[in-house]
Design a protein around this ligand. Structure first.
Ligand code: A3P
Length: 313
């Protein structure tokens, strides 16, 4: 794991340094109608991604930024590491260690997919992309996907604080300015409600398991067990405990200097449910309620989010 963590920290540090010398209006670029941070993404990598060959035993985590992807990444990499320790010799170790690929599938250099082709199974990858922007082979080859979703008001809240803390994203002077842009597709990674609605088209597929941030927070032990079962990873009770302990907010925050470098301070912020109540005005809350009602409420993912419980005052 050490090498891949170093790759992660190195790439993020480089992106932050590059962003520091850019103007605010240069930080994002548009690709197929969605904005992305220029210091981490490139059209060349997006193009190369189209021909990425997924495997049926790939472990893929899909989630919109700020929905807890780093948290679930920790859980999944630990589960895979434990499972591989039992089945492999030390020498042929795991995943990204020797080939050094950034865990976010669409982030990095365009040659990363050639290196990924040489990685042994089970490969782990995270993606912030909507399903229609993923390589076709993921669905054709029935790779298993863990889809992570979070209540939209907390996603927006987390995103606002995050954008103030990282140089790779445009900073917003006020929450009101951020909220306006978040609701009108002017922030990076596009509209979250659209993201949910696109993924909802896949929510019934057998090889996709959906979890919510709130349910993992409520019962991490049960969630870890369900996730391990979905990926066919048998664990002892002790191993489960270890994965749960290592992925607690406190444990991850404490270790974040090693795992995420300076970026860790911004990333591991509160790790709580309903922090949106500290930011949303009544009017903003109603706007989100209306948009959610119109676009997602009646769908499978909409129901799974328990909007009334987590997003109504
Ligand atoms: P907050 O900003 O609300 O605190 P992502 O990893 O997708 O960028 O998501 C970041 C959000 O997940 C942040 O939310 C962060 O604090 C939260 N998070 C990270 N690790 C967590 C953990 N172990 N338990 C709960 N929340 C966690």
């Amino acid at each position: 794991m050490e090498t891949s963590r170093k790759t992660f920290v190195g790439l993020v540090d480089k992106a932050i340094a590059a962003a520091n010398s850019m103007r605010r209006d240069e930080l994002l670029f548009s690709y197929k109608g969605t904005l992305y941070p220029r210091t981490l993404y490139s059209p060349e990598t997006f193009k190369a991604l189209e021909s990425f060959e997924a495997r049926s035993d790939d472990v893929i985590l899909a989630g919109y930024p700020k929905s807890g992807t780093n948290w679930l990444s920790q859980i999944l990499t630990d589960l895979i590491a434990i499972s591989q320790k039992k089945t492999r010799s030390r020498e042929s170790s795991v995943n990204a260690e020797e080939l050094e690929v950034f865990p976010y599938l669409e982030v990095g250099d365009a040659e990363k997919y050639e290196r990924m082709a040489k990685l042994p199974s089970q490969r782990f990858m995270v993606t912030n992309l909507r399903p229609e922007n993923l390589p076709k082979s993921i669905f054709k080859n029935n790779a298993k996907i863990l889809l992570l979703i979070r209540n939209p008001k907390d996603v927006a809240t987390s995103y606002f604080h995050f954008s103030k803390g990282v140089a790779t994203l445009p900073t917003y002077e006020t929450w009101d300015d951020f909220f306006r842009d978040f609701m009108t597709k002017k922030t990076a990674w596009g509209c979250y409600l659209e993201y949910l609605s696109e993924w909802n088209k896949y929510a019934d597929k057998e090889n996709i398991m959906t979890v919510t941030y709130e349910e993992v927070k409520e019962n991490p032990a049960l969630s870890v067990k369900n996730i391990a079962t979905f990926f066919g990873i048998p664990l002892t009770e002790e191993e489960f405990q270890l994965v749960v302990e290592r992925s607690s907010f406190q444990a991850m925050k404490k270790n974040s200097d090693k795992t995420h470098g300076s970026f860790g301070d911004v990333l591991f912020r509160k790790g709580a449910v309903s922090d949106w109540k500290n930011l949303f005005s009544e009017d903003q809350s109603e706007k989100m309620d209306k948009a959610f009602e119109e676009r997602i409420a009646g769908t499978k993912l909409g129901k799974k989010l328990k909007y009334d419980l987590y997003c109504k005052a």
